[in-house]
Ligand binder design. Structure first.
Ligand SMILES: Nc1ncnc2c1ncn2[C@@H]1O[C@H](COP(=O)(O)OP(=O)(O)OP(=O)(O)O)[C@@H](O)[C@H]1O
Length: 296
């Protein structure tokens, strides 16, 4: 167990939407997960498996029905929960940035959260500047631009900056790169990595993209039918052939290439799933240096 604070602790969590109506739907059934300070956790799983429902508990958007959610030592089941303080600590970035942008101008939109907290104007301005800088939006050039005229990728940056301006300790992202072009996607992944590794934010993100899971995550939770069915490092998850099949988990393309090479009789290490490690394995094959495939 790491010698760091436990930031997120979920135990046996269940949630039913529209309980007691004909539309009743059980979205979570005894789910669990944990994250230590500074962790970067990916949550993966098929559509409808309960990922978004789970993460919406972390900032109190959904309150625990049964089971436990403890954030930085605070039990979210307690009656007198300070939601304002919780939402300052846990920044949740929605899948759709449109759900998060309300103001006419970019700068005002990003300033909204810190302003509502009653921070002095100078501090608000500094937070907005810092947040815009982190996401790669030039403060003086962009702060007075209209939010409605932004591209999808820019809107995503503004939504993320609005959350970052509150200086959260925990950053929760629901499919952060969905719909982005490859360049914007890579830029955003690097920002998330920076926030996690340099700014020491605890990060939890939901993703369907196994490349970004392999690139960012220290640990992965696999959800199915409203519960966590598997967790481990990306290496443990992406190299367990039997479990990949059982839970129909996708793999990064690097892993698929390495498995194909193994099937063709090449002695490559299928656990080498990052781009750099996988490239080295392929280079080894091309150079004819791999062992165990010399037939003559
Ligand atoms: N507000 C709601 N009212 C009723 N049912 C809902 C609501 N939100 C989600 N659900 C249902 O709960 C289940 C879990 O939804 P959730 O959004 O948590 O899944 P998910 O794993 O995040 O899916 P995706 O990968 O498609 O985003 C789904 O069957 C969904 O239809």
């Amino acid at each position: 167990m790491p010698n760091r604070n436990m930031m997120i602790e979920v135990e046996n969590l269940s949630h039913t939407y529209m309980k007691g109506t004909p539309m009743e739907h059980v979205a979570l059934k005894g789910a669990g997960m944990y994250a230590y300070e500074g962790d970067c956790i990916a949550i993966i799983g098929h559509t409808g498996s309960g990922k978004s429902t789970l993460i919406q508990h972390f900032n109190g958007l959904i309150r625990p029905e049964t089971g436990k959610v403890i954030i930085d030592g605070e039990d979210l089941s307690k009656k007198k929960l300070d939601l304002k303080a919780l939402r300052r600590k846990v920044g949740l970035v929605f899948q759709n940035p449109e759900d998060q942008i309300f103001e006419k101008l970019i700068g005002d939109d990003i300033a909204y959260g810190p302003f509502k907290l009653g921070l002095p104007v100078k501090e608000v301005r500094e937070s907005v500047k810092w947040a815009m800088d982190v996401v790669g939006l030039d403060f003086s050039r962009m702060k007075d631009r209209q939010t409605f005229a932004l591209s999808g990728g820019q809107k995503r940056k503004v939504a993320l900056a609005g959350i970052l301006a509150l200086k959260p300790k925990i950053l929760v992202l629901d499919e952060p790169t969905a719909g982005l072009d490859p360049r914007s996607r890579n830029e955003l992944l690097d920002k998330i990595k920076f926030l996690n590794k340099e700014e020491k934010l605890t990060v939890v993100f939901v993703s369907h993209n196994m490349e970004e899971v392999a690139y960012l995550a220290d640990r992965v939770y696999v959800m199915a039918d409203g519960t966590d069915v598997l967790n481990g490092t990306p290496k443990e998850i992406f190299t367990d052939k039997e479990k990949l099949k059982r839970y129909q988990i996708g793999t990064p393309e690097t892993v698929q290439v390495l498995y194909r090479l193994t099937n063709l009789g090449f002695n490559v290490n299928t656990a080498a799933f990052t781009i750099n490690e996988a490239s080295n394995e392929i280079i080894k094959v091309l150079a004819g240096k791999e062992e165990g495939t010399r037939y003559v």
